[in-house]
Design a binder for this molecule. Structure first.
Ligand code: F6R
Length: 236
């Protein structure tokens, strides 16, 4: 694991965007695994600028997102599909047909998860997976559990996750209680993992995840077993 401490969120965002841009330059038809939440916003803004400047060409890139709230359609402005369209896909020259987010509104969520794993396999797996980390150690929405779940699956969100994500909603009651998330299988099979975290409040969970025991109680701790993980952290 490479641990990089950035001076500021702005620097973290530039570094993360640099790593993703390098991936796209080296393999123009790569598969990017993407995350939502507040951590990647700066990274996505930098990627948009790099694309606008003509430095990175996303036209052959495919992307797979980590997760989606159950019950929200892609048109819902709280959905992760909407987040990605707004914050990244509409600002770079990626073909939207090559961008994938798990569906939150399927009648058969189990089939949805299976189809998503098959899709990732059919794309040849993920070249670079971008991750944030939750205060309870979740990656994607793989919440603390008794086991590591490999497949894309539906999870009940933890109280701490619902509270943390309430900032994006009008009231905490509006935060969906469940989500569909890529499992640890596809994440661990990604060729490279880039985890970004900012804020003093993430320090303790980062220590537990990367320097504590490997346990599904701290889901991100599984990344200690991945051969190519870069963590970029900034205190602010
Ligand atoms: C979102 C996701 C989550 C977030 C995590 C951190 O797609 O997969 O694991 O990365 O909840 O969220 P922020 O960045 O808002 O602190």
């Amino acid at each position: 694991m490479k641990f990089v401490k950035a001076e500021s969120y702005e620097k973290l965002s530039r570094m993360a965007a640099g790593i993703i841009a390098a991936q796209v330059i080296l393999k123009p038809d790569c598969v990017l695994g993407l995350a939502t939440g507040s951590s990647p916003l700066g990274t996505y803004a930098n990627l948009a600028s790099a694309c606008k400047a003509g430095d990175v060409d996303f036209s052959a890139v495919k992307s797979v997102n980590l997760d989606e709230y159950v019950g929200l359609s892609g048109e819902d402005d709280q959905s992760y599909r909407y987040f990605m369209d707004t914050n990244l896909f509409s600002k770079i020259n990626i073909d939207r047909a090559n961008t994938y987010v798990p569906g939150g509104c399927s009648d058969d969520m189990e089939a949805e998860g299976k189809a998503y794993d098959e899709l990732i396999d059919s794309l040849g797996g993920i070249d670079l997976q971008l991750l944030g980390i939750g205060l309870d150690g979740h990656i994607g929405f793989n919440e603390p559990d008794d086991i590591f779940v490999g497949k894309t699956h539906v999870v009940e969100l933890d109280k701490s996750t619902i509270e943390a994500n309430a900032r994006f909603f009008e009231s905490i009651d509006d935060v969906p209680r469940s989500a569909i998330t890529m499992g640890m299988g596809a994440i661990m099979k990604a060729k490279k993992v880039l985890l970004i975290a900012n804020g003093k409040n993430k320090e303790d969970i980062l220590n537990q995840a990367f320097y504590g025991p490997i346990t599904p109680r701290v889901p991100a701790s599984i990344l200690q077993l991945h051969p190519d993980v870069t963590v970029i952290y900034s205190e602010n």
